[in-house]
Ligand binder design. Structure first.
Ligand code: UT7
Length: 333
């Protein structure tokens, strides 16, 4: 079906749990130090959900804030998509849990699995459904409680991740604003470089799984780093090419927040000055699918975007997956 309408963000919200874990706290847990973490990653602290607080709680709070910002009632929603790799349960989907909790009685609901690229994948789905006139309002949430899947004895991974949620309500916007183009991709041959090996159907829960710590995040950091540096600039350039724009026309880059050095490399490739890059990694660490929407929502709340500003979102993650989209900010400040 042809796209007939311009689709953009009507409102956003975000939430991070109150408990903060600093690099100094981590020094007491594993053989690491603040200087190493700061230099190699740009992370100073991350938020951690308390025991018993599931991902849906964070997602719910971000969703309520986004609906309020968008002046949209839950009954108006046609669809809820939760991008996550840390669902509350394998079934039901967290989107269905939220559909009930929000009272979104007219909404379909599903979770989307594309790891850190999930918010961009989900935003593109919203763009298609609203653009072709099937749906009017879609709630897209990127939310994670990665702290519950991190091996707190593994210094290679435990220093990197944090918990949080960001949400956006998508709807029809003024002609020419909103999402202009996108690029999505996957290279499944890299599936083993970043995974949680067990708890799915390959290795269901067992004593052996626990003993071998297969229910935690496993990562070949260097391999992911090399992939990320290559793909971040490339995906934005391919989104730009589809609409005949050049990198000089981007006002803001909102990258996935995995490592400050990856962000700097992407900015360099796109000839973007760092003042034009939205960065919050020091405060939150890597929140996977939540990183981009939290960065976007926080910057919007700080009134950094003007209506019409050209914003490039760019992400990469497990799968391997990647994605970018170019949008013109559609909200009045
Ligand atoms: O959302 C996507 C998810 N993942 C990513 O984006 C991760 C991408 N990769 C990275 O960000 C980086 O590869 C890391 C931050 C994970 C690691 O940085 P690196 O510069 O690639 O370090 P390295 O793994 O090469 O380790 C260098 C040294 C090693 O010691 P030796 O072998 O040189 O003696 C590590 O054992 O640093 C050591 N090391 C640490 N030292 C202190 C590794 N982790 C730590 C640590 N504290 N936490």
């Amino acid at each position: 079906m042809m796209k007939m309408k311009s689709v953009g963000i009507l409102g956003m919200g975000y939430y991070a749990p109150p408990k903060v874990m600093t690099n100094f706290d981590l020094e007491k847990m594993v053989d690491t130090n603040d200087a190493w973490i700061t230099e190699r990653t740009g992370i100073k602290e991350r938020h951690i959900a308390a025991d018993g607080v599931p991902m849906s709680e964070l997602a719910y709070r971000a969703a309520v804030a986004a609906l309020e910002d968008a002046k949209t009632s839950a009954e108006e929603l046609d669809l809820i998509i939760v991008a996550t790799l840390t669902s509350d349960r394998i079934i039901p989907s967290t989107a269905s849990i939220l559909q009930d909790r929000l009272g979104a009685k007219n909404a379909a609901a599903f979770d989307l699995s594309a790891a850190c690229s999930g918010f961009i994948y989900s935003s593109v789905i919203a763009d298609q459904f609203i653009g072709n006139g099937t749906y009017k309002k879609i709630l897209v949430i990127g939310a994670e409680t990665l702290s519950k899947y991190v091996d707190w004895t593994d210094r290679n991974t435990c220093i990197l991740f944090g918990d949080g949620a960001g949400a956006a309500v998508y709807g029809e916007v003024e002609d020419g604003l909103g999402i202009l183009s996108f690029d999505l991709g996957s290279d499944g041959s890299g599936g083993d470089v970043l995974d949680i090996p067990a708890s799915g159907s390959l290795h269901p829960a067992s004593a052996e799984v626990l003993e071998k710590r297969l229910n935690y995040i496993h990562m070949d950091g260097k391999a992911v780093y090399r992939f990320a540096v290559k793909v971040m600039g490339k995906t934005v350039l391919s989104s730009l090419e589809k609409i005949g724009m050049s990198e000089g026309e981007i006002d803001w880059l909102v990258p996935h927040q995995a490592n400050i050095r990856i962000i700097e490399a992407a900015a360099k490739r796109l000839s973007m000055p760092m003042e034009r890059v939205i960065i919050n990694i020091a405060k939150y660490g890597n929140m996977s699918a939540a990183s981009i929407p939290v960065a976007l929502a926080e910057a919007a709340k700080e009134s950094r975007f003007k209506k019409g500003d050209v914003i490039a979102l760019a992400g990469f993650g497990a799968g391997l997956t990647w994605g970018s989209c170019i949008m013109k900010w559609a909200k009045e400040d």
